[in-house]
Ligand binder design. Sequence first.
Ligand code: UT7
Length: 328
Amino acid sequence: MTAPYRAALTGLGAYLPEKVLTNFELEKMVETSDEWIRTRTGIRERHVAAPGQSSSDLALPAAREAIENAGLTVKDIDLIIVATISPDMLFPSTACYLQAKLGATCGAFDMAAACSGFPYAIAIAEGFVKSGLYKNVLVVGAEAITKFINWKDRSTCVLFGDGAGAAVVSRSRDDHGILASNLGADGRESEILQIPAGGSMNPPTEETVKSGLHYLRMAGPELFKIAVKTMEQAVRNVLKHGNLEVKDIACLIPHQANNRILQAVSERLEIDPARVFINVDRYGNMSSASTAVALYEAVKTGAIKRGDYVVLVAFGGGLTWAANLIKW
Ligand code: UT7
């Protein structure tokens, strides 16, 4: 049975906090070097949220821009989904904070799929729009993830940055829009990337704080290998669902964790690197905001044009992975 409606991304927005932290500044904070960070990750600098600036604060300007670019007003938004793993609070949801800041009155909820958050949320919005339940869903990937980083741990603090990207997913009026999405997870590998304390498994105590269990932890080299294989497979799967091939992709928007991961994925897919959008050098890993901001910049800079086939693919803690195939 074909769905009554097709869903399309009709407006995009992005916001990066003002403060830029360079590798050279990090050299003064931990035992690292610009050379190590650049050669091992491709990152040169990242944006960092100000004290008191939360994920919903980053989400707000991105959301407003996306709504305006879609030619809509806040009143037209039927649902708000915020993908984040650095929420304003455990509850209420960041989406509720954003809803109030926008002056919206629709339903709002958060979803946590770590770095895969944005393509996961796009697939959920696609479902709501395709079913006919909602016409316009606002999807935001927003992270103030540096608030959960141990600035004394060089193995993680050089990698992450803050930011937000947003998209309005609306009923498509033609054959353009989301052609296929696929979502994946493997909860057995939850320890590879996590913030161990602060939830109901390890509630926050003096001891958890003293042991630094409220900070993000990552088994980088293990994750690297799984990330490469999984992102390649997620791209192949979503193309299969859309009856397309790698050669049909005009622009691949991968999660921006590490430039070496992106190179390895490109090689395995045998895709021309010029068709793989990369901005990790300027932002680092912004978790669920990464693909959202990369998509925004790819459209803005003309790397994506109307009629192009675009694939969003991400991988992250959970483990989770997700891909969307879009005819732009
Ligand atoms: O967003 C979700 C997905 N995230 C990912 O997929 C991240 C995947 N992993 C990675 O990107 C990489 O594994 C990292 C960038 C995290 C690490 O790169 P690596 O090439 O795997 O390095 P490593 O962890 O194996 O460390 C190599 C060396 C070690 O020193 P020894 O033991 O060889 O003496 C580390 O202690 O580099 C050292 N090192 C550093 N040196 C300078 C680790 N971090 C740093 C640092 N500066 N910041």
